[in-house]
Design a protein around this ligand. Structure first.
Ligand code: ISL
Length: 570
């Protein structure tokens, strides 16, 4: 670290709001800006520094707002620009910054840019997207005639035929999410201008959706290439052609120059980057390169499945340690980590990495939170995580809403999978686990809406809700409050070096953080059996407890899912 004042976000905690599921204010069963306004006190009480707001722009909602048809407005489903300004002011009034979701790898197919682009092969916007003729020697619409063999993130091919022109357009995600052509400088300038307008309006930065996919690997002839075949589907893996493509750093540096340079340093940028390596992340987050402040990487949320998310395997603790440890070391001197378990795309951490049985749910939720928040990096709390929300007990296809899950079901069953097995995988891995309404209280719709919620409320809300936890000092909520305050109060939490201990131990996750002679020792029992701390880490036994998730007891034994932040005697 240089002698300069470290950036404010090293001490900050970010809270993600997925507006559709946060709080409804008008009884239509869908969360909205008015609802967020009603809950600003909850955020202030938690003590978070930043809200990242998932998309609220006008959208056909094919992917819950990640398919944007107008970057400049608010979807009536969520409210109005005036309400947005009101929310921004309310957050700022409590010292909370607001970061917008920036979804510019693709637009909606209903965005006027795409409507214009599709209207004719001569359209001035034709080259704003990726249009290609059918594969050489094949007829448009013939199976396998897609310009490349790439498999979409949301099942099926990444190309959809436009009957009128006989050409295909590229969409790495759903067919209603055509990819913008970032090779085209007009596209880039239009995006930068839009970003500047939001910053001028007062927002405090952007979380950039799949931003490492904007540069596609086109050869000098403009050709895109097939990827290696994938098992079980008639498609290939095109990721080598679009993950961290050849111009990605150039584009992000240009964006920085055009949008962020010269603005006050209250801003935050975080790039969502599936597949990013730690070596690449060093480049993206090196302040000297002026690209983004931090990235969301995906390594740790890929350790409990084989190949794809629908084929789970048990997480091995040593894999998690090796992964987190590598990221901590890799970004120790240059760059910065973002830290997360949960977001709107991931099943709930307490169900996935913890133990959501009645006996251990509270303890494992607080243990996981302690583990994460004590790493070096900026922690992100996803709505509901702060009260220990768990996966939904899905039993039927009709209960799912997510385009990724529903498309997967169609494709897997069409390719011969057993529907019961597909459903079982969805129950465990579906993004809808993260998208059930926030559980505010024990009333029938959990205080989320007076109407019928767009997706079912988890029946466990009668017991697991914010109201029940607010005044309870032992609650998951109270524990999050303490963790967030600790980062604000203790420079060593924000800025200390990280050293992993016991890398091969299967049940105890331990590390130290050190800064200017001050050291914290963090010990977490990530399993259901007591652990002999006195044998494993004798120095932990006499240390003072800075924060723990269970009442103090025998210092020599770490109880199931117990986490302690300790300050060893010097
Ligand atoms: O969700 C995933 C795995 O279940 C990821 O593959 C996810 O699609 C990927 O992380 C990109 O996510 C982002 O872009 C998507 C959108 O659906 C996600 O909600 C968003 O976070 C397309 O915009």
């Amino acid at each position: 670290m240089s002698t300069e004042e470290p950036p404010w976000w090293t001490r900050a905690v970010v809270y993600q709001v997925y507006p559709r599921s946060f709080q409804d204010s008008d009884g239509d069963g869908i969360g909205d800006l008015g609802g967020i306004l009603q809950r600003v006190d909850h955020l202030a009480d938690l003590g978070v520094d930043v809200v990242w707001l998932s998309p609220v722009y006008p959208s056909p909602q094919a992917d819950n707002g990640y398919d944007i048809s107008d970057y400049e407005d608010i979807d009536p489903l969520f409210g109005t620009l005036a309400q947005f300004d009101e929310l921004l002011a309310a957050l700022h009034g409590r010292g909370i910054r607001l970061v917008m979701d920036l979804v510019v790898n693709h637009t909606s197919d209903e965005h006027p840019w795409f409507v214009e682009s599709r209207s004719s092969t001569d359209s001035p916007k034709r080259a704003w997207y990726w249009w290609r003729p059918p594969r050489e020697g094949m007829a448009a619409g013939q199976p396998g005639a897609e310009p490349t063999n790439w498999h979409s993130f949301f099942s099926g091919p990444t190309w959809t035929l436009d009957q009128d022109s006989g050409e295909y357009y590229l969409h790495l995600f759903a067919r209603k999410q055509p990819d913008l052509n970032w090779e085209n400088p007009e596209v880039r300038q239009a995006v930068y201008a839009m970003m500047r307008r939001w910053l001028d309006r007062g927002v405090d930065g952007f979380r950039m959706d799949v931003i490492n996919m904007i540069s596609k690997d086109v050869g000098p002839d403009g050709a895109l290439h097939d990827g290696p075949p994938l098992p079980g589907v008639p498609y290939g893996d095109g990721s080598a052609s679009y993950l961290c493509g050849p111009r990605i750093h150039e584009f992000l540096q240009e964006m920085h120059r055009e949008v962020f340079a010269g603005r006050p340093d209250r801003l935050l940028t975080v790039g969502e980057m599936p597949g990013v390596t730690v070596e690449q992340a060093r480049l993206f987050t090196d302040p000297a390169r002026a690209e983004v402040d931090m990235v969301f990487q995906f390594e740790h949320v890929g350790l409990d499945f084989d190949g794809d998310k629908w084929h789970p395997r048990p997480l091995r603790m040593r894999d998690l340690k090796a992964s987190f440890g590598r990221w901590q070391a890799g970004l120790a001197d240059v760059g910065w980590n973002s830290l997360y378990w949960d977001n709107h795309d991931q099943p709930r951490a307490v169900s996935r990495f913890g133990d959501d049985s009645p006996r251990f749910r509270r303890d494992s939720a607080t243990c996981l939170a302690t583990l994460l928040h004590l790493h070096r990096g900026t922690p992100y709390v996803y709505q509901g995580e702060e009260i220990g929300m768990a996966n939904f007990p899905f039993t039927a296809l009709e209960q799912f809403r997510d385009v990724e899950s529903l498309n997967h079901h169609v494709q897997a069953v069409a390719h011969g999978a057993d529907p019961a097995e597909v459903l079982a995988a969805m129950r465990r891995a579906s993004r809808d686990n993260a998208r059930t309404p926030v559980q505010w209280d024990a009333s029938p719709a959990a205080g989320f809406t007076t109407g019928t919620p767009w997706i079912a409320v988890n029946p466990d809300h009668r017991e697991w809700n914010a109201a029940a936890q607010r005044e309870d000092p032992t609650s998951v909520l109270a524990h999050h409050r303490r963790l967030i305050a600790l980062r604000h109060e203790e420079p060593v939490v924000a800025l200390g070096d990280f050293t992993m201990l016991l890398p091969d131990h299967d049940d105890v996750y331990a590390f130290t953080r050190s800064l200017d002679g001050d050291t914290l020792l963090v010990v977490c029992n990530v399993g259901p059996a007591p652990q002999p701390l006195a044998d494993l880490l004798p120095e932990a036994v006499g240390a003072g407890v800075v924060l723990g998730n269970l009442p103090e007891d025998d210092p020599a034994v770490l109880r199931p899912w117990e986490a302690r932040v300790l300050r060893p005697a010097r």
